[in-house]
Design a protein around this ligand. Structure first.
Ligand code: ADP
Ligand code: GN1
Ligand code: MG
Length: 364
């Protein structure tokens, strides 16, 4: 696992235009990719807090393109929403750029901290999940006229599921850290579903599934809710905002949030698809999108959920076979445990497939 010292993060924080002097700094959050720190300052106007992040440049090699995407999207959203708690605010580096490269080559950026907010690892109830859905739906709606072509692909083929399957097959073949023999059941599971992976790309080629500006990492811990009201404030973690499919944004949220257990639950009997949460999310997402989705997109929402759950499980398994180089892990089997929860969830979706299809149809 990557570790960044507080000395280095402090030096990086000093490079940004902060009000007052830095009085505190702690590692923060539990994302799988970037290193996040909470920074506190004291100045003439009192306390100020910011989120400092070292962008994982192995995952995001084009930091300039990534920051430009975020700058374009947040500037666009701010045109009709001046409240800084409702659109992420990038804090500039002292030389006026939006990010900082340190002497070791690490890339840093800073956001204003969204105060009096909640960020949930798991929705506490249906209303929380509904609010997350409203936030992502609203994000989709407000960016529906944004020119997709202005955004670069921050990770190439990020939700190209057939490519993800190819990568899994290559990792199986290479078996770099000799783990293949222990995961033959998991590998078989993904082989048996190989004909499904191209479905959404095929729909897109047929002109039946539009490319939109999407978030692409719609876990509920990438939404901030108001601490007092519990209502959606804004969507965070904008590194993967790029052209994509709405149904995948829907699907990734279901994969993470409609699971009755954590993404890394070891007791698979606790891992189930919560149909009520699925329904709440559908209602919230469609409310937020406010008529922007086509009928065909709405009917493909269950496919999006199944696709993202298959894809994420394959990514965990690939990383396991490659020696845990991509996702942060806390122990040796962590990626395999995550893969198994994703497999269980896909099985749950398959078992409830007709119900899920009927449910989304009832929203038409
Ligand atoms: P990662 O890519 O590692 O998931 P995130 O951008 O999601 O990183 O940040 C990690 C965590 O930091 C989030 O889950 C959230 O708790 C917190 N966080 C990030 N940005 C902000 C912000 N602007 N205000 C408050 N909390 C934030
Ligand atoms: C990563 O950064 P974080 O924790 O929000 C990953 C997602 C996965 C997710 C699985 C850039 O998201 O694609 O779905 O882990 N982000 C990237 O929990 O790969
Ligand atoms: Mg995140």
């Amino acid at each position: 696992m990557r570790t960044i010292s507080l000395v280095d993060s402090y030096a990086a924080a000093e490079r940004f235009k902060l009000p007052g002097i830095i009085t505190g700094m702690i590692p923060y959050g539990c994302g799988h990719i970037n290193d996040t720190f909470l920074v506190e300052t004291q100045g003439e106007n009192g306390r100020f807090r910011a989120i400092l992040q070292a962008v994982n440049t192995l995952v995001f090699p084009n930091t300039q393109g990534l920051i430009e995407n975020i700058d374009k999207v947040t500037s666009y959203l701010r045109r009709d929403e001046p409240d800084p708690r409702r659109v992420m605010v990038l804090i500039e580096e002292k030389d006026g750029s939006k990010w900082h490269r340190d002497a070791a080559g690490r890339c840093w950026r800073m956001y204003a901290f969204i105060e009096n907010s909640l960020c949930l690892q798991q929705p506490r109830n249906e209303e929380d999940f509904f609010q997350c859905a409203v936030a992502f739906g609203d994000f989709q709606r407000r960016l529906s006229d944004f020119p997709v072509k202005e955004l670069c692909e921050t990770i190439k083929d990020f939700h190209n599921t057939p490519k993800r399957y190819d990568n899994l097959c290559k990792a199986v073949e290479k078996d770099a850290v000799c783990r293949k023999a222990t995961v033959s059941a998991e590998i078989r599971f993904y082989q048996e579903r190989a004909s499904f992976y191209g479905l959404l790309l095929q729909k897109n080629r047929e002109g039946r599934l539009p490319l939109r500006v999407t978030h692409n990492d719609t876990k509920c811990n990438n939404v901030m809710l108001d601490e007092k009201t519990g209502k959606a404030l804004c969507v965070i973690d904008l590194d993967t905002v790029m052209p994509g499919f709405s149904v995948n944004d829907f699907g990734d949220a279901i994969r993470f949030g409609a699971n009755t257990a954590a993404e890394d639950e070891t007791d698979l009997s606790a891992v189930r698809l919560d149909i009520d949460l699925f329904r709440s999310y559908t209602a919230g997402y469609l409310q937020g999108c406010d008529g922007r989705l086509t009928k065909e997109e709405i009917m493909l929402l269950p496919e999006g959920a199944k696709m993202m759950t298959l894809e994420c499980g394959m990514r965990f398994l690939t990383d396991y076979l490659e020696g845990d180089r991509y996702f942060k892990t806390a122990y040796a089997e962590h990626n395999l445990v995550r893969c198994r929860t994703q497999i269980k969830l896909v099985q749950e979706m398959e078992a409830h497939w007709d119900e899920l299809k009927d449910m989304v149809a009832s929203f038409l």
